[in-house]
Design a protein around this ligand. Structure first.
Ligand code: ADP
Length: 304
C-alpha cells in the first residue's frame, strides 16, 4: 500500500486545478445571490427545517426573493415541506433550472431526487472505511448543487443545515466566510446545551452568527387563542448562547400538520407573527455592518 509520501505531488490528478475550477463555477452560479444565511442548530428535531421554510415565506411576505438549499443530504425535509417530492432538477438555460413551488419559492432538496424509502448510497471502494468516502462525497455533492443550479437573482439563499455541531462548522468552511448563520433552539436545557456548542464552534470562524430563534416557545392553543407553557422553565440550567434572540415561535399543531402535508402556508396567528418578526430582525441585521454596535439587538447575556 502506498503512503502519501510515496505519491509525488498530486499524483497527476491536478486536484488543485479541479478545486479552483469548482470554486469558479460556484462563484459564477452564486453571483446573483445577495445573502447566504445558513440555518443550523447542532441538535436535530428542534424545528430547523420547518423554520427555514417559514422564514423563507416570511422574507417573501416582506418582498424579498428567496430560495432554499437543503444541505441535509441524508435526511432531506425541504422537498416534502414544499410539496416538491416530484421535482427533479432539469437542465435550464444556464445550469439546472431551480425547482419552484406554485408560489414561486425556489427549493433544492435531495428529497426531490431520492424517494423517502431510499437512502443516499455513495459507492465506496473500502468496505469498513466507507466513512472516509462518504464525508468527502457528501460535501462534494453539496458543492456540485451550489455550482450547478441556476439560482438567478436572489436576496436570500437559506441553507437548511443537518444536525451536529461539527457539521455546522464544516458547512461554515464550505459556504465561505460571507455566509451568515442563524441557530434554532428550543427552551429545554438538553437542546440549548448542544446549540451553545454550535455557537461556540461558529465563534472560531470568521462567519457572522446573526442570532437564534427559539422554537416551541410555548404551545399555541387555538381554542383559547393563547400561548401556554410547554417546556416549563427547563432551559434555566443551560448555558446562555451569547446571541441576540430574533424571535420566539410557539408550537402550533396546525404547523406540524401543514408541514407534513407540504402545505407550508399557515393562517395568520402567533407563528406567522413571530416569523415575520424574525424576518424583520434578519433584514435589520444584514443591513447593518457588524461594527455598528449601537443598533445591534442585545444578546441573551446582555439581558440578564
Ligand atoms: P429539525 O429540522 O430540527 O430536525 P423539523 O423541522 O423536522 O426539525 O421539525 C421536527 C418536527 O416538529 C416536525 O414534525 C415539525 O412539523 C414539528 N415542528 C417544528 N416546529 C414546530 C412548531 N413551531 N409548531 C408545530 N410543529 C413544529
Amino acid at each position: 500500500m502506498k503512503t502519501y509520501s510515496d505519491i509525488a505531488g498530486d499524483g497527476g490528478s491536478d486536484v488543485l486545478g479541479q478545486v479552483l475550477q469548482q470554486r469558479e463555477r460556484i462563484a459564477e452560479a452564486m453571483a446573483g445571490i445577495d445573502h447566504v444565511v445558513a440555518i443550523g442548530s447542532g441538535k436535530g428535531g428542534v424545528g430547523k427545517s420547518t423554520l427555514t421554510m417559514q422564514l423563507a415565506l416570511a422574507l417573501g411576505r416582506a418582498g424579498r426573493r428567496c430560495a432554499i438549499l437543503d444541505a441535509d443530504l441524508n435526511g432531506p425535509c425541504q422537498a416534502r415541506l414544499a410539496g416538491l417530492e416530484q421535482a427533479p432538477l432539469l437542465p435550464g438555460d444556464r445550469g439546472m433550472a431551480l425547482p419552484r413551488t406554485p408560489d414561486g419559492l425556489g427549493v433544492v432538496s435531495l428529497g426531490s431526487l431520492v424517494p423517502e424509502s431510499e437512502h443516499l448510497a455513495f459507492e465506496s471502494v473500502a468496505t469498513g472505511d466507507s466513512h472516509v468516502w462518504r464525508a468527502t462525497r457528501e460535501f462534494n455533492l453539496f458543492q456540485q448543487l451550489l455550482g450547478l443550479v441556476d439560482w438567478g437573482r436572489l436576496d436570500f439563499l437559506l441553507v437548511d443545515l443537518p444536525p451536529g455541531a461539527e457539521r455546522t462548522l464544516q458547512y461554515a468552511e464550505v459556504l465561505g466566510p460571507a455566509a451568515r448563520f442563524v441557530l434554532v433552539t428550543i427552551p429545554a436545557a438538553l437542546a440549548r446545551g448542544v446549540v451553545a456548542r454550535s455557537a461556540a464552534a461558529l465563534g472560531t470562524t470568521p462567519n457572522e452568527v446573526l442570532g437564534y430563534i427559539e422554537n416551541m416557545s410555548g404551545y399555541y392553543c387555538e381554542t383559547c387563542d393563547g400561548v401556554r407553557p410547554l417546556f416549563d422553565g427547563a432551559a434555566g440550567e443551560a448555558p446562555e448562547l451569547g446571541l441576540p434572540c430574533l424571535a420566539r415561535v410557539p408550537f402550533d399543531p396546525r404547523l406540524a400538520t401543514a408541514s407534513d402535508a407540504g402545505e407550508a402556508d399557515l393562517p395568520p396567528g402567533p407563528v406567522i407573527r413571530a416569523l415575520d418578526e424574525a424576518a424583520e430582525q434578519l433584514l435589520r441585521c444584514v443591513a447593518l455592518r457588524p461594527t455598528d454596535e449601537a443598533n445591534l439587538i442585545p444578546t441573551d447575556r446582555d439581558q440578564e
